[in-house]
Write a protein that binds this ligand. Structure first.
Ligand code: PEP
Ligand code: MG
Length: 311
């Protein structure tokens, strides 16, 4: 049964024929990271740093940020950890970073866009991540949310490399998925955020229960963009992960692997289920399912086709 598989899974992530895929955890602070460590997760694929600061009026100092980041790095010592810079705005506004009066916050100054008018806030956070890395002797990867253009990726990567860290970007705006090949000229990895990618592709608020059918990560249009970005990464041999909710669905996770995605990052509660399911299918099966879903016209059809090929 599904439950028995979950109980049995002990990592590392791989298909039944041995194709390695890192199964990672999404975390938001040290306590969450320590809890995630008790799963068999291969590391952290998304550390949502902004969630530590939702109640703050004033930007936390570099030292305070560094100690919060170090807690997560310590919990996952010796494994891969991907730290995301502040994704402030929209559903996660920060009083010290965002404008209070935007008409359309999801389309406003959110994520990396804050750095356009306030580079210092990004630089101080990167200094804090670098300090946390040094104090814990670890080498986190660092990625920016809400990248829409190649120029944004280039500027971010320069700031990250200057501090000896490894830069990547999230692919969660359709423009970035479409031009993933050009963005990859500047960064070392991509991480696809399917929650926002679905929201912006389908023009449907991810928070709206009424629109949940539109923001379903099985939407063929969303999967087509994911496949496109994964292919761009494979072409230049750079890692492409998925860290949105899509990676928490065991069946969809196998489809993502078939697209060429190299890591899957999900809420800790979903890690074992994804790892267990992946261990029951071959890479060839994943690739067949990936190809098949791209010819479907609805989430229901995509699910059905994938279930037929992946068991
Ligand atoms: C996403 O958009 O899919 C994502 C992982 O980021 P968040 O959910 O934090 O916006
Ligand atoms: Mg997002």
């Amino acid at each position: 049964t599904h439950l028995a598989e979950v109980a049995d899974w002990s990592g590392p992530g791989r298909t039944s024929d041995g194709h390695r895929v890192d199964i990672l955890a999404n975390v938001q602070d040290g306590a969450g990271a320590r809890a995630a460590r008790s799963t068999a997760a291969d590391g952290v694929g998304l550390f949502r740093t902004e969630l530590s600061f939702l109640d703050r009026d004033v930007e936390p100092t570099v030292d305070e940020q560094a100690s919060i980041y170090a807690e997560v790095l310590t919990a996952f010592e010796g494994t891969k950890v991907v730290v995301r810079t502040l994704d402030a705005g929209s559903d996660k506004p920060l009083r010290f970073a965002n404008h209070a009066d935007e008409a359309n916050p999801a389309l406003g100054v959110r994520g990396i866009r804050i750095a356009e008018g306030n580079r210092g806030i990004l630089h101080r956070q990167l200094d804090a991540i670098a300090a946390a890395a040094a104090s814990t002797d670890s080498s986190p990867w660092v990625m920016a949310p809400m990248i829409a253009t190649s120029a944004e990726a280039q500027a971010f990567a320069a700031d990250v490399r200057e501090r000896g860290l490894t830069p990547g970007v999230m692919i969660e705006v359709p423009a970035a998925a479409l031009l993933a090949d050009r963005i990859l000229d500047h960064v070392d990895f991509l991480s696809i955020g399917t929650n926002d990618l679905a929201q912006y592709t389908m023009a449907a608020d991810r928070m709206s229960a009424d629109l949940a059918a539109l923001t379903d990560p099985w939407q063929p249009a969303v999967l087509t963009l994911v496949a496109h970005a994964a292919k761009a990464g494979a072409a230049v041999n750079k890692p492409v992960g998925v860290c949105g909710e899509a990676a928490a669905d065991p069946l969809l996770a196998c489809v993502l692997v078939g697209f060429g995605v190299t890591s899957l990052s999900a809420a800790s509660a979903a890690v074992a289920g994804v790892g267990a399911k992946l261990g029951t299918v071959t890479l060839e099966q994943c690739m067949a399912a990936a190809e098949a879903v791209l010819s479907t016209s609805s989430p229901a059809e995509a699910r059905e086709v994938a279930a037929g090929l992946l068991g």
